[in-house]
Design a protein around this ligand. Structure first.
Ligand SMILES: Nc1nc2c(ncn2[C@@H]2O[C@H](COP(=O)(O)OP(=O)(O)OP(=O)(O)O)[C@@H](O)[C@H]2O)c(=O)[nH]1
Length: 484
C-alpha cells in the first residue's frame, strides 16, 4: 500500500527562466520523467506561483530582468514557510564567485548552462529525495513533540486529579469538597466557567453550591430530573440533546458539558462546564476539544468525587445517628451529657445561667400495660415532638432514657423557665395521643434545676433535677418542682 501511494505521488517542480527555449526544454525533460511542471518566466511570477502552491523543488535561473534568481532565493529563505523548498540554480554564470554566492543565498545546488539532461535529472532526483526525507523527518519530529506535549499535559493533569483525591480525603464535611472540586476544574479546564450542583437525598432539585469563571455563563439552572438513568450505569440522557451519552456529554443547546457524579445509579452531583466565552469562537472549540480529550481524567475525577461524597455522607449519617435517639429523633443521653458539660463551661465563662428540665411521663408503666408497648412508643414520639416544638434556637432537647426527657435551656432565668415548664406540662396535658382510633390522655411531671443555684457540674445539676422530679411525683404528679 505504501509503495503504491509513493508511486502515485507526483512531485511538483517550478521552473523559472526568462528564456522561452530553456523553459520549454527543461519542462519537456521533466514532464517526460513524470514530474508535474509549472514553468514561469520571471522572478516576480515565481514568487506568486510559489505563494499559490508550494512546489517540491525549484529550478531557478539567475540572470533575469527585474527580480533576479538570487533575490527570489533570498525572499524564499526569509520566509519560514518557504525556507525548506530546495532550489537548484541553473545559470550560464560560470565563475566560482557566482556559484559560491548561489550557495550563500540559500541554493542547494548549481548546474551550469548549457546543461546536460542526465545531470539535471540526477540532481533533481537527489534533491527531491533529500527534500522528502527531510519533510518526513520534520513531520515525525513534530508528531513526537505533540505526543510528548500531550503526555506531559496528561501527567500533569493526572497529578492534579491525584492531588484532588488526597485533598478530598482530608475533607471533614461535604462543604469542604466544593472548593477542592472548583479549584481542580479551574486548573483542568483553563478558560472555562462552570458550577457544581449537589443532589441531596430524595431531592429532585439540584442545589448550586459553588461556581468558577464568569458567573453569568456558569450559573444556569438545571434539574436532577433532566438526568435519567437508562440500563447502562453512569449513562445519562440529555433531554435537549435527545441522545444517550456515556459518562458525560456535551449539550449543544445549553453549550456546556454536563458531568454527572454518580454512585450505584444514584445522582450525587453534577458538574456543568460552560464553554461560552467573550473572546473567540475558537476558544470555545479548543475548550470543547480539550474537555473531550480529557475524557478519562474526567471519569477518574468523578469517581474520586463520588467515593468522597458517599464516604462523607455516610460519615455524616453515622455522626447524626450516634447522637440521636432513633425513636423520638431527639438527641440521646451521650449528646446531652457532652452538651450540658459545654453549656455549664460556657455559662461559667460568661457568668450566665443554664437551666435543665427533667420530664417524666406519669404512670407510663400502667399506660404500657393497658394499651401495649407500641402505644407507649407512640406517646414517647409525640412527647418528643412537643418538646422539640417548644424549644428555642439554643435549647437542646434530649431523651434521657426510658420515658424520661431532659431539656437544656442556656441563658434561661429561673422564673421564666418555671413558667415555660408549666406551659409545657399544660401542652402535654391537653395533647391527646391518637393511637388506633383512640385518643389517649397523658400527663407528665418535671424537676427543674439551674446553674449556678443548684450545682456547678453535670452530676450535681442532674441529681438536683432528678430529686425535684421525684418530689413532683410524690406531690401528686402533673406538676413542676424547682430543686432546692
Ligand atoms: N413503650 C415503651 N416503654 C418504655 C420504653 N422505655 C421504658 N419504657 C417503660 O416505661 C415504664 C417506666 O415505668 P416506671 O419507671 O415504673 O414509672 P411510671 O410507670 O411512669 O410511673 P411514674 O414515673 O411513677 O409516674 C416501664 O414500664 C418501661 O418498660 C420505651 O422505649 N417504649
Amino acid at each position: 500500500m505504501k509503495n503504491e501511494a509513493a508511486h502515485t505521488f507526483i512531485a511538483d517542480i517550478l521552473v523559472v527562466d526568462d528564456i522561452r527555449e530553456n523553459l520549454r526544454l527543461l519542462s519537456k525533460m521533466l514532464v517526460a520523467q513524470g514530474y508535474h511542471v509549472r514553468p514561469v518566466s520571471s522572478g516576480a511570477r515565481a514568487i506568486s506561483a510559489i505563494q499559490d502552491q508550494y512546489p517540491d523543488l525549484i529550478l531557478l535561473d539567475i540572470i533575469m530582468p527585474g527580480m533576479d534568481g538570487y533575490e527570489v532565493c533570498r525572499q524564499l529563505q526569509a520566509d519560514e514557510s518557504t525556507r525548506d523548498i530546495p532550489i537548484i540554480f541553473i545559470s550560464a554564470l560560470n565563475e566560482t564567485f557566482d556559484k559560491v554566492k548561489a550557495f550563500a543565498v540559500g541554493g542547494r545546488d548549481y548546474i551550469s548552462k548549457p546543461f546536460n539532461e542526465k545531470e539535471v535529472m540526477a540532481r533533481v532526483k537527489t534533491h527531491l529525495s533529500l527534500h522528502f526525507t527531510q519533510q518526513s523527518l520534520k513531520t515525525e519530529i513534530a508528531e513526537r513533540k505533540r505526543v510528548e506535549h500531550t503526555l506531559r499535559q496528561y501527567n500533569q493533569d493526572l497529578a492534579l486529579v491525584n492531588r484532588m483525591g488526597q485533598a478530598l480525603q482530608a475533607c471533614q464535611v461535604e462543604q469542604d469538597t466544593y472548593e477542592v472540586i472548583t479549584d481542580t476544574c479551574i486548573q483542568l479546564f483553563p478558560g472555562s466557567s462552570g458550577q457544581l450542583l449537589i443532589s441531596r437525598q430524595s431531592d429532585t432539585e439540584l442545589e448550586s453550591v459553588a461556581h468558577w469563571g464568569d458567573a453569568s455563563a456558569a450559573l444556569q439552572p438545571i434539574h436532577a430530573a433532566d438526568f435519567v438513568y437508562p440500563d447502562t450505569p453512569h449513562a445519562v440522557v440529555y433531554p435537549d440533546a435527545g441522545q444517550t451519552v456515556s459518562q458525560f456529554g456535551y449539550s449543544q443547546q445549553a453549550q456546556r458539558f454536563y458531568v454527572p457524579v454518580t454512585s450505584q445509579n444514584k445522582l450525587l452531583a453534577v458538574l456543568s462546564i460552560a464553554l461560552e466565552h467573550e473572546e473567540t469562537e475558537n476558544l470555545a472549540d479548543d475548550l470543547q476539544h480539550s474537555i473531550k480529550s480529557k475524557h478519562l481524567l474526567i471519569i477518574e475525577m468523578t469517581e474520586h468525587y463520588a467515593l468522597a461524597l458517599v464516604n462523607l455522607r455516610l460519615r455524616e449519617m453515622l455522626r447524626i445517628e450516634s447522637i440521636h435517639d432513633p425513636l423520638t429523633g431527639l438527641y440521646n443521653r451521650r449528646h446531652m451529657e457532652a452538651s450540658l458539660e459545654r453549656e455549664i463551661h460556657r455559662a461559667q465563662r460568661h457568668q450566665k445561667p443554664v437551666a435543665i428540665l427533667m420530664l417524666d411521663i406519669d404512670h407510663f408503666k400502667i399506660f404500657n400495660d393497658t394499651y401495649g408497648h407500641k402505644a407507649g412508643d407512640a406517646v414517647l414520639k409525640e412527647v418528643g415532638e412537643l418538646l422539640n416544638a417548644s424549644c428555642r434556637g439554643e435549647d437542646i432537647a434530649c431523651r434521657y432514657g426510658g420515658e424520661e426527657f431532659l431539656l437544656i435551656l442556656p441563658n434561661a432565668m429561673l422564673e421564666n423557665t418555671l413558667k415555660r415548664a408549666e406551659r409545657l406540662l399544660q401542652t402535654v396535658r391537653q395533647h391527646h395521643v391518637s393511637y388506633q382510633k383512640k385518643n389517649l390522655a397523658i400527663t407528665a411531671s418535671m424537676g427543674m434545676a439551674a446553674y449556678p443555684e443548684h450545682g456547678s457540674d453535670i452530676q450535681e445539676l442532674v441529681g438536683a433535677a432528678d430529686a425535684a422530679l421525684y418530689q413532683a411525683k410524690e406531690q401528686g404528679r402533673d406538676q413542676v418542682v424547682l430543686a432546692v
